[in-house]
Design a protein around this ligand. Structure first.
Ligand code: PLP
Length: 315
C-alpha cells in the first residue's frame, strides 16, 4: 500500500523564523481583512480572561474535512458558555469558505472563534458583554513536521495535571493552555519534541493540541476522561469501525503507554501522527507501526470522499 503523507510545508516555522504573519485572511466585525490587520481590543474578555471558545477545521486539496462536525462542536461550546453568535450556521459556513477562497490556500488551517467581547460600559458583568465572532484561514499547520511524521515523534510525559474537567469542561474547546504550555517546556527540557500531560487521577490525558491513542494486541484505546473529544479522535473511531478494529475510550496508565505496541497522536493540525519514543522508552523498537500507517493512509484518502469533505469555491 502506498503511503499518502501530506506534503507538510514547515509553514509555521518559515513564518516564525522571519517574524512575519502567515499569509491569510481573517473575518472580524463583519469585514474580511489580511491576517496582519486582524486585531482585537485588549479589553475583550477572550484576551483578558480566556473567556472564549473556538474550533479549528482544516482544508486539504481545496476541501474542508468534516466541517459539520467542527461546526456542531463550536455551536455546542458557544451555547454552553451562554454566548450568542451574531450569525447563523449557514453564514458562518460561508464566512469560513470565503476566508479560505480569498486567501487562495488549497491547504489551510481555519479557525472560528467566539469571544465574550466587552461591554460598552466596561461593566464587570459578563451578561453585558457583546460577544464577538472572528474567523481566519492560515496556511496548513501540523504538530509533527515531515521528518517526525516519517520516524515518529519523541514525547515526554510531564507531571503537569490537565485542568480538571469540573473546573473547565474540556468538551468546550478552549484556550486554557497554561498546563499544556508548561508540559511543553518540561518536554523540551528533557530533549523531547512534545508533551503528554496527566489527568487528575494520574493517567495520561492529552497533549498541546492533540489526543493520544495506544495500540495493544490489535485493539486501540484513547483516554476517556478530562480530554477534548477531538474530531480526529472521533475520525479514528469511525475508521476503526469501517475496517473492523476494536477501539475504546478508557484510562491509560504511564506503564501501559510505554508498553504499547504502537502509539499515535491525533489532531486537526496534522491528522494521525506516530509516536516512537516516550521519555527513554522506544515504542515498538522505535519504528512506526503497521496499524498507525494503515490508519494514516485511510485518513488522508478520506479527504477526497464527498461524504467527509466540502469543496471550496475559489474565485
Ligand atoms: N486536545 C486539545 C487540548 C486540543 O486543543 C486539540 C486540538 O486543537 C485536540 C485535542 C485535537 O482535537 P481535533 O482532533 O478536533 O483537532
Amino acid at each position: 500500500m502506498t503511503q499518502i503523507l501530506p506534503v507538510l510545508p514547515a509553514v509555521n516555522e518559515h513564518y516564525v523564523d522571519r517574524g512575519l504573519y502567515p499569509h491569510g485572511v481573517a473575518f472580524m466585525d463583519g469585514q474580511y481583512l489580511p491576517m496582519s490587520e486582524a486585531k482585537i481590543s485588549v479589553l475583550d474578555w477572550g484576551f483578558l480572561h480566556s473567556d472564549a471558545t473556538y474550533d479549528t477545521v482544516h482544508v486539504w486539496n481545496g476541501k474542508f474535512f468534516r466541517l459539520d462536525l467542527h461546526l456542531d462542536r463550536f455551536f455546542r461550546g458557544v451555547e454552553r458558555l451562554r454566548m450568542k453568535l451574531p450569525y447563523d450556521r449557514e453564514k458562518i459556513k460561508s464566512v469560513l469558505g470565503n476566508c479560505v477562497a480569498l486567501s487562495g490556500h488549497r491547504s489551510a488551517y481555519v479557525e472560528m472563534i467566539c469571544t465574550r467581547g466587552s461591554s460598552p460600559t466596561f461593566s464587570r458583568d459578563p451578561r453585558h458583554a457583546e460577544n464577538r465572532f472572528i474567523a481566519f484561514a492560515a496556511p496548513f499547520g501540523s504538530v509533527a513536521n515531515k521528518e517526525q511524521l516519517e520516524r515518529g515523534l519523541h514525547v515526554a510525559i510531564s507531571e503537569t495535571v490537565r485542568i480538571p474537567p469540573n473546573s473547565v469542561d474540556p468538551a468546550i474547546k478552549n484556550y486554557h493552555w497554561l498546563d499544556l504550555v508548561k508540559g511543553l517546556f518540561d518536554a523540551y527540557e528533557k530533549g523531547a519534541e512534545t508533551a503528554l500531560i496527566l489527568d487528575t487521577n494520574g493517567h495520561i490525558a492529552e497533549g498541546p493540541g492533540f489526543n493520544v491513542f495506544v495500540v495493544k494486541d490489535g485493539s486501540l484505546r484513547t483516554p476517556a476522561f478530562g480530554v477534548l473529544p477531538g474530531i480526529t479522535r472521533r475520525t479514528v473511531f469511525d475508521l476503526c469501525a469501517e475496517i473492523g478494529l476494536p477501539a475504546t475510550a478508557a484510562d491509560i496508565s504511564r506503564i501501559e503507554i510505554k508498553g504499547a505496541d504502537e502509539v499515535f497522536i491525533t489532531s486537526t493540525a496534522g491528522g494521525i501522527m506516530p509516536v516512537t519514543r516516550i521519555d527513554d522508552t522506544a515504542i515498538a523498537n522505535g519504528r512506526v507501526g503497521s496499524v498507525t500507517r494503515r490508519l494514516m493512509n485511510i485518513y488522508w484518502q478520506k479527504h477526497d470522499d464527498p461524504a467527509w469533505s466540502t469543496a471550496i469555491i475559489y474565485p
